[in-house]
Ligand binder design. Structure first.
Ligand code: SDX
Length: 369
């Protein structure tokens, strides 16, 4: 069995997936999706318990004050052609942030937590700046406006105007749902990187590069491409039958761990329906619901976190090639929790490999090759 399927690679107290139930620090995703804000999730993941009102206010203030970017980040983004890959821009900008942080190699608990807050807040500001600069708009300075949450800040910085409360709330729920997911590929990559005592920024850059893949975080953008290809609900049946006949992967379906459905999908499905009705155009939701029904009937596969996210982000007016960057903003909270946990009780992560190559008993001098 390849891909380390079923292999337990480390112990963690951050999240669990047992019998199809996802928990962050012991709280079920059902409670968190319906009752928690993203800032409460950040605090819960990093400090191991829910914050009281004072702690939550302090964290939110720290985050919103830390979102201001070094101006050279904007200069860097101006070097890119507008069509440059957005995840690659994010990966490069986070790497460049190292240059402005004099605590990079200080792995103390206090320094790690200060860096975690800076990186968490700046991820959202960078994604908004990517969009503003590639559309010839000036980035909006995060300290120019009083925001009430990272979700509201992101939408405001992205679109240049205060978001509707429903939109900010919907994005906040998406950030809660995408925050953490045990030892997924990008989280594992971040732990391997910092287990060498490399810096936190390198851990996040490794994670961004890993999340970029279509089998992991980029599936949400691929789902949107599929919905656009299909175009109309009348074409769904023929389109899905074709993909199945050609044995092609249907993006947004299946999961390595969940074999009876991703518990996050139902909340994203509800959001997609609510936002579609709010926008007065439920086409993408309707097509998605029909695809879900068909793929389950024909392949026994159920939607994962990426499937309905495509419709939600589209209804929120987020450009399609930024969907995976939204995932990265949210999962920075989970990546950071795992990096802090790894640093707290570090052991270099270095597994073994089964050699299946040739054996050569005798050296062959070059003249005989
Ligand atoms: C995320 O790990 C995480 O936690 C990730 C994530 C998180 O929160 O971090 O949950 C986020 O990355 C969700 C997954 C997003 N990716 C996609 O939606 C891409 C499409 N999905 C698949 O490629 C697949 O389902 C995976 C990669 C998600 C999981 O694949 P596995 O566990 O490696 O399963 P597999 O590839 O061995 O497939 C088992 C069978 C195969 O059939 P056979 O070849 O044995 O006949 O199921 C089939 C696959 O062909 N299958 C699919 C399918 N997913 C599995 N067939 C069609 N479409 C699919 N989507």
């Amino acid at each position: 069995m390849s891909g380390l399927t079923g292999i337990v690679a480390c112990e963690t107290a951050i999240s669990s997936i047992e019998n199809g139930v996802l928990r962050y620090r012991g709280y079920t995703i059902d409670d968190l999706a319906t009752k928690a804000t993203f800032e409460e999730i950040i605090y819960l993941l990093w400090y191991g318990r829910l914050p009281n009102r004072l702690e939550l206010t302090a964290l939110k203030q720290d985050l919103l004050e830390s979102a201001v970017l070094p101006k050279k980040i904007y200069d860097l983004l101006h070097l890119y052609e507008p069509w440059g890959n957005a995840m690659a821009k994010l990966r490069t900008c986070v790497s460049f942030l190292t240059h402005f942080d004099d605590e990079v190699m200080d792995h103390s608990f206090a320094a790690d937590h200060r860096k975690a807050i800076r990186i968490m807040a700046r991820m959202a500001a960078i994604v908004a700046a990517i969009e503003r600069i590639r559309t010839d708009l000036e980035p909006i300075e995060p300290d120019a406006i009083q925001f009430t949450s990272l979700a509201e800040m992101f939408l405001w910085l992205l679109k240049g105007e205060k978001p509707e409360p429903l939109a900010a709330k919907a994005l906040d729920v998406c950030l809660v749902l995408h925050a953490e997911h045990e030892l997924n590929a990008s989280t594992f990559a971040s732990r391997v990187t910092v287990s060498t005592m490399s810096d936190i920024y390198s851990g996040i850059v490794s994670a961004i590069g890993t999340l970029k893949g279509p089998l992991h975080g980029n599936a949400n953008e691929q789902v949107a491409n599929m919905l656009e290809d299909i175009g109309d609900i009348s074409r769904v049946e023929e389109y899905i039958a074709g993909k199945i006949a050609r044995k092609e992967r249907i993006m947004g379906f299946g999961h390595r761990v969940y074999k009876h459905g991703d518990p996050r999908a139902k909340y994203l499905k509800e959001l997609a329906k609510e936002l579609g009705e709010w926008r007065g155009d439920t086409r993408w939701y309707d097509m998605s619901a029909k695809i879900e029904q068909l793929v389950f009937a024909k392949k026994g596969l159920m939607p994962n976190v990426d499937f309905y996210s495509a419709s939600v982000y589209t209804y929120l007016g987020i450009p399609r090639d930024l969907f995976t960057l939204i995932f990265a903003i949210s999962r920075t909270s989970g990546w950071m929790a795992h990096i802090l946990e790894q640093h707290d009780n570090n052991k270099l992560i270095r597994p073994r490999a089964q050699y299946i190559g040739k054996k050569h008993d005798q050296w062959l001098p070059i003249e005989d090759r």
